[in-house]
Ligand binder design. Sequence first.
Ligand code: SAH
Length: 455
Amino acid sequence: MKRTTPVKKNEMITLEIEDLTHEGSGVGKVDGYPLFVPKTLPGEKATVKVVKVNKNFGYGKLIDVLEPSPERREPTHQCGGCQLQHMSYELELEMKHNQVKNVMKKIAHLDHVPVHEPIGMEHPWRYRNKVQMPVGERDGRLITGFYQPRSHRIIEMTDTCLVQDELIDGIVETVRDEAERLGIKAYDEKAHQGVLRHIVVKIGKAMKEAMVIIVTRTKKLPHADQIIAKIRETHPHVTSIMHNINPERTNVILGKTTKRLWGEDYIYDKIGDLTFAISARSFFQVNPIQTKVLYDKALEYADIGEDDIVIDAYCGIGTISLFLAQRAKKVYGVEIVPEAVNDAKKNAVLNGMTNAEFVVGAAEDVMEQWKNDGLQPDVIVVDPPRKGCDETLLQAMITMQPKRIVYVSCNPATLARDLRILEDGGFATKEVQPVDMFPRTYHVECVALMSRDEK
Ligand code: SAH
């Protein structure tokens, strides 16, 4: 027999919100049955429409706030990108702090380890140095925007995005409108037809320069000359226009082939005293102001001496590696994207560093190889993507017995999982520092320090 729930789909109810999930959704209960209601805050009373009823919990849609929380803020702008504009930045940081503390308890079982308050931004707006927008068609027009959460429906972005740097403003629209004028079709995911998939813009904040990457399914970008001319005429700070070809049926934005349409192959940016060349397909942290804060913390934790041998795994274009190389005897970096490793080598030269060596490969394979070769690092820094470190890599680190491990992570859940494995392998977590790299979204970055347990 189907168990009855205290609410029915489409029912209108008055709900008191008691809690907040780490994705920023409010939670209220009807006779113990939890309802998740996005855009509501703890302490609020709201009129809610029940939109989905599962066995043990349901979802509601906010219709009207009857008693607002003092932490409520009027969102200045709504699209698919940010989730937390309806709350104060203070509450956002508190929520992120709770999330990290929570996983440290529940996943890592490290209740005693200090989790510091997140380091936030003074002005948590206009920080992003990169935008990647899917292109679609609606009523015969080309549209750009963000995917609606958990779907591939594009929410059209009609005005500026307040978390992206001003230098990006208008560039996507110029490319989109020119493509529309020239009759270029948007890529159709379902039919795997059409041309224009994404428009990506990256900026070098310190140098005030921009790179445009036009991603197509087809080998050819029709009317490329006209598009180039239009971009150059409208946005003189664009120094690089690239064409990336992605013929696959995939959610991955960039394909393997990138061609230069005009200008330079790189844009440049500075973090602290170091300069970095960044090519189209290489990863670079999206919030340059907080990147400095993050790297300073990672360096402090790494506590490098001049005789130290250091490994930087998942090194991207060698940013952390070169900061470490300023102090260490030798730094080894490993990264899977070949273009990023080329950038890393170029960046070592650009900054006059001769003690950093970079290898292309999966970190888990290369680390295993280094271990078998007898490499003995004093410090290992890892900065993996959201899925965390591969188990092979964690085991190799345990065998290598560095004095310290500095773990930089953009996903608290996989961080906690991996810290547990390293703890079981004889390392002790000393402290965790969250850094808010992504204000107004529910993402949070952390740096964790571990040292070899000398029990
Ligand atoms: N530390 C760098 C990059 C961090 S992002 C910085 O701060 O800029 C994570 C990086 O890991 C990306 O550059 C990605 O290309 C790379 N990567 C993803 N999977 C990998 C793997 N299995 N082995 C090595 N690198 C990987």
